[in-house]
Design a protein around this ligand. Structure first.
Ligand code: PBG
Length: 309
């Protein structure tokens, strides 16, 4: 019998804490365990400390996970809860994304101050976003819009918007739902026109591959359709060698045994766009993602990634 509480690692932002609590609550319910059996351990990551530059400029996704993964590897944590979207495609040796909680809405939302929709913003309006994908997709729809880098927690970004630093900003609908803040939303974007980041809206639990007892416990809260869809999306990203300098978007949907994936790559100015759609059996989720990545790479040509990086 386990008597010491399980140690759950998380970042300290309000969204990260909400996600860690959701994982804990689902584990408590699945196993009939009391809250005292879980201890939420908050760590500050490099990504949290550096808020004045874009992620691409400071070295990418690992920045939000390094500290958590070190403590996971050393055994100081039993598992870590993350936004799946923030995870690099390659994890440290010995760690895996063991479980995915049921996915929230995958779509991006608009928080408009001077107009509710992107297409209604005044000519030359300013939109705040640090995401290369969102920047490229905005420029594709509205080349006149001036995109500025907006980083920090959801709360920080909304404050910057209120202060008038931008006419609008874009945030994942999933995060706003989890924070109970959907009332700030003025529009929701169509995922075929404005596809989300791979893994958007999914919470994942990372653990040590060799910790069989922990992984058995985590299996009870895994949502299989989410696991397969996100595995497909992450395979697509990996097949494109998803550096954080490449705008890459895409989502998979599972219906019964069927999986459909839609992917898009763009140049940062949004002028060149390539899309791909692939369908198949859910059990082939990863292979489908890899195939989609190879297909879109072949269509775009080898110069696509080199021209502007
Ligand atoms: N990179 C930041 C990040 N990581 C996950 C989310 C939102 C929740 C999600 O997509 O699951 C956000 C903020 C945002 O994009 O609005």
């Amino acid at each position: 019998m386990q008597t010491k509480p399980f140690r759950i690692g998380t970042r300290g932002s309000p969204l990260a804490l909400a996600q860690a609590r959701e994982a804990r609550d689902r584990l408590m319910a699945a196993h009939g365990l009391p809250e005292e059996m879980f201890e939420i351990v908050v760590l500050t990551t490099k990504g949290d400390r550096i808020t004045d530059r874009s992620l691409a400029a400071i070295g990418g996704k690992g920045l939000f996970t390094e500290e958590l993964e070190e403590k996971l590897t050393s055994g100081e944590l039993d598992f870590a809860v993350h936004s799946a979207k923030d995870m690099a495609t390659k994890l440290p040796q010995g760690l895996a994304l063991t479980a995915y909680l049921p996915r929230e809405d995958i779509r991006d939302s608009v928080i408009g101050r001077t107009a509710p929709k992107l297409i209604e913003l005044p000519h030359g309006a300013t939109v705040g976003s640090a995401s290369l994908r969102r920047q490229a997709l905005i420029r594709r729809l509205r080349p006149d819009i001036n995109v500025i880098t907006f980083r920090g927690s959801v709360q920080t970004r909304l404050r910057k918007l209120e202060e008038g630093q931008a006419d609008a900003t874009l945030l994942a609908l999933a995060g706003l739902k989890r924070l109970g803040m959907v009332e700030v939303i003025t529009d929701i974007l169509d995922p075929d026109e404005f596809p989300p980041a791979p893994a958007q809206g999914a919470i994942t639990i990372e653990s040590r591959i060799d910790d069989a007892r922990m992984n058995d416990l985590l299996a009870a809260v895994n949502d299989a359709p989410t696991f397969d869809a996100v595995s497909c999306e992450r395979a697509f990203l990996a097949a494109l060698d998803g550096s954080c300098r490449t705008p890459i978007a895409g989502y998979a949907i599972c219906e019964g045994d069927h999986l459909r994936f839609f992917g898009m790559i763009l140049t940062p100015d949004g002028k060149q766009v390539h899309t791909t759609t692939i369908e198949g059996h859910r059990r082939d989720a990863e292979a489908l993602g890899i195939n989609a990545g190879q297909a879109i790479r072949a269509e775009a040509g080898s110069t696509f990634f080199e021209d502007w990086t």
